[in-house]
Design a binder for this molecule. Structure first.
Ligand SMILES: O=C(O)CCC(=O)C(=O)O
Ligand SMILES: [Fe+2]
Length: 213
């Protein structure tokens, strides 16, 4: 899938203040921002090994301030990667990537990654998926402002299971290349379409900050 030119990754050579009004407008309305090759294959293997060692639980959704399993909305296995000296490098990298993408795209007021990282598994055997939802929630310790999704799987290892983000009048598919980080504001509607073949893994992280006002 061709990636639009404005979604390119790499070093930010100019500060956001230097963006002219047109460029700023184009960047601020994009439904998601992308950082290609955020992690190399050894690092992705290490994250996957770390996630595989954990106990995987059936994922829940939030309904009236309670967490519940709801198969018609979400069939996913999840585990939580805690922040410790062995895993801190993953938190650090995600924060740096999220920070830079936010500077050039959304300019939300962010303070850091304050929740554990969600290691996520979609299995074709159970038709894993996650229907339209937003990540913003009143139940998290701090407001989720920016969602980050790291593609841990090679797209050759599965079919379906596309991360789709709702734009104004269209639905956009996020890039699937292994190592890509996709960022979008936590109140933006998104979904993961049913997995048809194989297994897909992702790492989801939320960057939080002061209350929206
Ligand atoms: O796995 C993905 O691509 C996204 C998952 C997601 O939206 C979530 O867990 O909130
Ligand atoms: Fe989500």
């Amino acid at each position: 899938m061709p990636v639009p030119a404005f979604l390119g990754s790499g070093r930010i050579s100019r500060s956001w203040a230097a963006l002219d009004q047109k460029v700023w407008h184009r960047r601020s309305v994009q439904p998601f921002a992308v950082w290609l090759k955020g992690f190399n294959s050894d690092e992705l293997d290490a994250i996957t090994a770390c996630g595989e060692k954990l106990a995987h639980e059936k994922a829940t959704i939030e309904n009236r301030e309670r967490l519940e399993v709801s198969d018609n909305i979400r069939v996913t296995r999840t585990a939580w990667i805690a922040n410790n000296p062995d895993t801190n490098w993953i938190y650090d990298r995600l924060w740096r990537i999220g920070y830079h993408l936010n500077q050039t795209s959304y300019r939300l007021d962010l303070s850091g990654v304050s929740e554990e990282l969600q290691y996520t598994i979609y299995e074709s055997a159970e038709a894993g998926h996650y229907d339209w939802h937003v990540d913003h929630s009143t139940m998290t310790p701090l407001p989720r402002k920016l969602s980050l999704v790291l593609q841990l799987s090679d797209p050759a290892d599965y079919e379906g299971c596309a991360l789709e983000i709702r734009a104004a009048n269209s639905v956009e598919t996020a890039p699937m290349e292994r190592g890509t980080v996709i960022a979008f504001p936590a109140y933006v509607l998104h979904r993961v379409t049913p997995i048809l073949k194989g297994r897909r893994r992702s790492l989801v992280s939320w960057v939080s900050g002061p209350l929206l006002r």
